[in-house]
Design a protein around this ligand. Structure first.
Ligand SMILES: [Zn+2]
Length: 214
């Protein structure tokens, strides 16, 4: 079955990353045009036998919030025990309106067999659906997908250059095929030494064998 440039197979899982109010225009950590992908993702989810959704889910005062580091501003980077961490505005606080799923994506969430909540450890952020940002603490998703016979993950959601990108790279690390449907993501595109965080993640995709499709 053709779908957004990719043929959907029985062993595929749609992994929908952080389709939440705070990541859409008007939210605390808005990704430009983030809301525009929600209705098309809801239609796409119908075609997959396996659907997994992640939900950024932070306690108040989380270590990834700039407000937790005196003198720091959002998008500054700090050294935490597990490595460099970009600091963000307070976002996706557990139980808050901003942590809820965008209403237009509700049909995809309704079809999901599994919702993976991440970022609930106060001391460690979690961009990836598979591992916390220490790159060592698993979320359990890899085992779940293997138990279900999934061989390839198709990624959509927010944001392309952070949580979607890190999830796709970790899928390869866990020996799954990984496809990112770029037209159903949106990027933060923060400045970085290599250009932007988009060019950085795409270099990593290339090295890891992550396929980018429209
Ligand atoms: Zn977060």
């Amino acid at each position: 079955m053709q779908s957004e440039g990719v043929e959907v197979l029985d062993g595929d899982a749609l992994v929908l990353i952080d389709p939440q109010v705070d990541f859409c225009p008007g939210g605390a950590l808005a990704v430009a045009e983030g809301d525009e992908i929600m209705a098309p993702i809801a239609r796409l989810a119908d075609r997959f036998r396996h659907v997994v959704v992640t939900q950024d889910w932070h306690p108040a005062g989380h270590s990834s919030f700039a407000s937790s580091h005196p003198g720091k501003a959002p998008f500054d980077a700090v050294a935490l025990p597990y490595g460099e961490q970009v600091l963000w505005p307070d976002h996706c606080i557990q139980g808050s309106a901003g942590a809820q799923f965008h209403p237009a994506v509700a049909p995809a969430v309704a079809r999901a067999q599994l919702i993976v909540r991440k970022g609930y450890n106060p001391a460690v952020d979690s961009y990836s659906a598979f591992f916390e940002n220490d790159h060592a603490t698993p979320t359990g998703l890899a085992g779940y997908l293997r138990d279900k016979g999934v061989r390839r993950c198709v990624f959509v959601g927010l944001a392309y250059d952070f949580c979607v990108g890190w999830s796709a790279l970790d899928a390869r690390r866990e020996s799954f095929g990984a496809v990112v449907l770029k037209s159903l993501t949106r990027a933060i595109a923060a400045p970085h030494a290599s250009g932007t965080t988009v060019t950085l993640v795409e270099e990593r995709f290339h090295a890891a064998g992550v396929i980018v499709a429209e």
